[in-house]
Each structure stands twice: as C-alpha cells, then as structure tokens.
Write a protein that binds this ligand. Structure first.
Ligand code: ZN
Length: 303
C-alpha cells in the first residue's frame, strides 16, 4: 500500500517536472531539493548528525527521549518515516534489537552503522558486544568520521558544508576529551569505579581508566533480581566506593535499594541511552557527556 502510494507520488513528481520543463523553455537548471531526509534510531545519534548536517537536510529519530533504545516497539509512523528517508543511521553493535522489525517493513532505505570500526567490548559473560560505544567521546569522533564519509558519498553536492561542520564538531569533541582527562584527575585511583543500573560505561571506562559495574549488564536483559542487587551492595560495601549513580532512562528503585543497604549516596543522574529533556543541561551529546563527568567527579572525588 505504502509502496503504491509512493509510486503514485513519484509519478506526479515526474509529471510535474515534465510539464514544468515543457512550459518554461528558459529553465536550463533543474532545482532539486537540497540535502537529505535522514532518520536515526535514537536521540544521541540525532544530535551528532544534526551537528554535521546543519541546515542541509532534516534529521528525525525513532526512540523518544526517556525511553531506552534497546527494546522499542516501532509504530507505523516509524516505518513510514524510515521508508521516506534517504538513509537510516543506526548505532549497530546490536543496540537496535528491534531493527529486524524495521527491515522487514521497509526494504529499500539504506541502513548505515555509525559505530563501524569501534573496538568492541563484549558484554560480561557473553559473546555479544556491549552496544554503548557512544558513551566514550573518543568513539564519538569515530561515529562522526563514519557519518561524514557516508554523507559525502550520498550527497556529494553537500561535501563542503559537511566537511566544515564535521571539522568544527570534531574539534569540540577533541576539546571535550581533554576536558574529561583534566576533570577526572581529581578522582583518587581507588575511587575510579562507575556503578550504575545498566553496566553501560565500559567504553568510557576503558578510555578514561574506570572500572565499571552494573546491577545488570544490559537493559534488554534487565532483571534487577535480589541476587543482582545483593552483589552490588556487597561490592559497594567492601570497596569503599563513595557513590553510585542512576540513569535518566532506567527505573531508579533498584539503585535506591543498593544505596539504602550499602550506606552510600546516589550522587546523581547520568545520561546513557538518551540525551536529556529540555532544561536538563544535557540536551546535546556533548552536554550529556559533560554532565556525566561532572556527576562522576562530584560523587567520586570527595571523601
Ligand atoms: Zn543501554
């Protein structure tokens, strides 16, 4: 049905074009619509893409802010949007577990993984990679490089704009990286442990020297069993780590149980699977990473 309508639409576009040309002999240049219609899977990637695409093209994402992008139930408007897009940018690394549903409903939109080339870290005890590559801005730079290359290939006329935007954005990410290194210097080595509900900071931890732990490994396998909670309570109690953290996209009650039973504070909320809502101070990828680092420093540098 959708395909039929699209075909009909294309017919009218072509007819309009043909009629338009025959009516106006002076028009030697055909004005095509500038830029690309882009869809991506979740808000973090959308912000990165908007930074590189700028005014040239439209960017929308599938998973609403506040929801986690692992398990999502695509709705008909999502299929239509992806179908009407020039490209669908995803994270890859197994993040979009609902991708199959999109693929089976939308056959001809190219799907491009922005995490291409990221050195995979496996989920603890599993063969699958952890998908949260973007949480380290060093990987974020790689995402932007992949994006830039794909945009240029897809829309060569926009190359200059894309390159200019990407260069400026990569400079910001590089600055962010240096800033993180400076900030975390105030955290004593023995406190460099990030404990959240979902063990999502592996890539960040590897790049900046933190051990990472979660009540559970990944949200799509979320259990929050008493055994999982007790393991973290013991770990916190034994290690003398001064703080634990909660995520904006996760039910906080599990971590509250950990905090109550281990006698440490929840030092703050971090952003992992989505950027923040308006007014959160984490409305962009760069701001969410900054916010996370400030919360980590605040919780782990003291005591
Ligand atoms: Zn996640």
């Amino acid at each position: 049905m959708l395909k039929g309508l699209k075909g009909l639409f294309m017919f009218f576009v072509i007819m309009t074009f043909v009629v338009g040309c025959s009516n106006d002999e002076d028009t030697s240049e055909v004005t095509t619509e500038d830029g690309l219609t882009i869809t991506t899977s979740f808000s973090v990637l959308a912000d990165m893409i908007e930074n590189v695409v700028g005014e040239r093209g439209s960017v929308e994402y599938i998973v609403p802010i506040g929801e986690e992008p692992h398990e999502y139930e695509p709705v008909p408007s999502n299929f239509a949007r992806v179908s009407d897009s020039d490209v669908f940018y995803i994270n890859g690394l197994g993040l979009e577990e609902w991708l199959e549903k999109i693929v089976s409903n939308v056959s001809d939109t190219p799907i491009v993984e922005l995490s291409e080339g990221v050195e995979e870290i496996p989920l603890v005890g599993e063969d699958e990679p952890d998908p949260h590559g973007w949480l380290s801005p060093k990987n974020g730079e790689m995402y932007v490089e992949n994006l830039l290359n794909d945009l240029i290939e897809r829309d060569p006329d926009g190359e200059e704009i894309y390159r200019e935007n990407a260069e400026a954005y990569l400079a910001d990410l590089s600055e962010l990286d240096s800033w993180i290194t400076e900030q975390i210097d105030s955290i004593p080595e023995e406190h460099k442990v990030i404990i959240v509900s979902e063990n999502a900071f592996k890539y960040f931890g590897k790049d900046y020297g933190f051990q990472t732990e979660g009540i559970w490994e990944i949200n799509s396998h979320e259990e929050g069993t008493s055994q999982q909670i007790n393991r973290i309570i013991d770990l916190v109690s034994d290690s003398g780590i001064p703080a634990v953290f909660v995520e904006s996209t996760v039910d906080q009650r599990y971590m509250e149980m950990v905090a109550e039973n281990s006698g440490v504070e929840i030092a703050g909320e971090v952003f992992t699977d989505a950027i923040g809502e308006e007014g959160s101070g984490a409305e962009t990828y760069i701001d969410m990473i900054r916010h996370n680092v400030e919360v980590f420093v605040d919780g782990l540098a003291s005591n």
